[in-house]
Design a protein around this ligand. Structure first.
Ligand code: AOS
Ligand code: ZN
Ligand code: ZN
Length: 385
């Protein structure tokens, strides 16, 4: 059991700055009281989540949503609050110029502008000390014949190469894929295979980011996890839940069993420890629920799935698998999944000097009332207007 609790103690989950801002759908962005007005206030909120859960020590930034004059100062500010700055997310999807694409745009001027933004993000990483550059491209086409699929791949490869060559020794590219949206006919990085192929071409510092909401219904995500881990090219997760498309709901809310199956492959691949380089990030928006407790809930959902994955009796599983005992092998996994790990996690929190119930602790902390009183006109997360 100490191996399980030790692993849980070392677990790290990265929070997205944008999850703390107002968000919505194309139909309506709802405002909530007390949402952050600046990158510093997003960091303040993330630090509260870390203080209550003990496992969320870093915050991902999104540029330009989190643009500041002095990133080294922002990094120092984060440190003072007890957290650090994590992945730098780029934004080449919110500009009139990008209507026909960013790095894959047929116009070389627009491709230059988009690639320059990616390079600027690496400059920011130099100042924040961030390891990861997260790239998600909204690029694609809406109609057959609209643009040449082959040429767009060449343009993408050229921009990635230039960005890759700008990386420092300890910096990485996380290349995220997404089946569709906003493009509805072709997407230039639609799936893990496309991302993986570009990463292979680029070199060892390019890895795939799996956003759990970016697949066709029914896709076996844990297979992708196993494949990429085995190939040494899994870099990160953007965790969230989906029922229909890219819903960005709380991770583990739609399908906790899927989250368990994903974490089971992580444990199988010995990839949970932060030293092994996989970034476990959330990429969510909380449109109708209170944001900070929803993020705490999400962190706890990941912890619960992880604890269950750690409880899988690996020796018994291996024995059943090698003996061809299908039912016994399945039973080993289901026994772990059906274990109530909440008492174990509550115990662990008490050992760490935390409240065993982080959501109740948040409600009693008075923080929600404090930010509601202090912050007028909180910011929109950045999209969805
Ligand atoms: C978009 O669908 C992706 O999930 C990206 O990770 C994006 O940068 C993030 O969701 C913020 O909009
Ligand atoms: Zn994402
Ligand atoms: Zn997404």
């Amino acid at each position: 059991m100490t191996a399980v609790t030790d692993a849980l103690r070392r677990q790290e989950i990265e929070l997205p700055s944008w999850a703390f801002g107002n968000s919505g759908t194309r139909f309506k962005v709802f405002s909530q009281p007390g949402v952050p007005r600046s990158p510093e206030e997003k960091i303040d909120d993330a630090a509260v989540v870390h203080r209550l859960t003990g496992v969320a020590p870093s915050v991902a930034l999104h540029i330009p949503w989190d643009k500041v004059d002095d990133y080294a100062a922002l990094s120092a500010y984060a440190k003072e609050q007890g957290v650090r700055l994590g992945a730098i997310n780029t934004n080449v999807f919110q500009d009139e110029d990008y209507k026909l694409g960013s790095v894959t745009n047929p116009d070389p001027r627009i491709r230059r502008k988009a690639t320059d933004h990616l390079l600027e993000a690496v400059d920011i990483m130099d100042q924040t000390g961030s390891r990861d550059l997260k790239l998600w491209f909204s690029d694609g086409t809406n109609y057959p014949g609209q643009d040449d699929i082959w040429d767009r791949q060449d343009r993408l490869a050229a921009a990635l190469r230039e960005t890759y060559d700008r990386l420092g020794e300890h910096q990485r590219i996380l290349l995220e894929y997404k089946l569709f949206e906003p493009a509805f006919y072709t997407t230039d990085v639609p799936d893990w295979g496309t991302s993986y192929a570009h990463c292979l071409e680029l070199g060892p510092k390019a890895t795939v980011c799996i956003d759990t909401g970016h697949h066709a219904p029914g896709t076996n995500i844990e297979f992708i996890v196993a494949f990429l881990l085995r190939a040494g090219r899994l870099g990160a997760f953007d965790f969230n839940s989906r029922f229909y498309a890219d819903d960005d709901l709380m991770v583990g809310s739609a399908d906790p069993f899927q989250l368990f199956r994903i974490m089971n492959e992580i444990v199988r691949g010995d990839a949970l420890d932060p030293a092994n380089g996989i970034a476990f990030m959330l990429d969510q928006c909380h449109n109708i629920e209170a944001k900070i407790p929803a993020i705490i809930r999400s962190v706890m959902n990941v912890q619960e799935a992880t604890a269950k994955a750690l409880l899988v009796d690996r020796a018994a599983l291996r024995e059943a698998q090698q003996g061809g005992d299908v039912l016994a092998a399945n039973a080993v996994l289901m026994d772990a999944y059906n274990t109530d790990v909440r008492p174990l996690l509550a115990e662990l929190r008490i050992e760490q000097g935390l409240d065993p119930d982080p959501i109740a602790a948040y409600r009693h902390s008075g923080y929600a009332e404090k930010i509601t009183a202090e912050r007028a006109d909180g910011q929109q997360a950045g999209w969805g207007a």
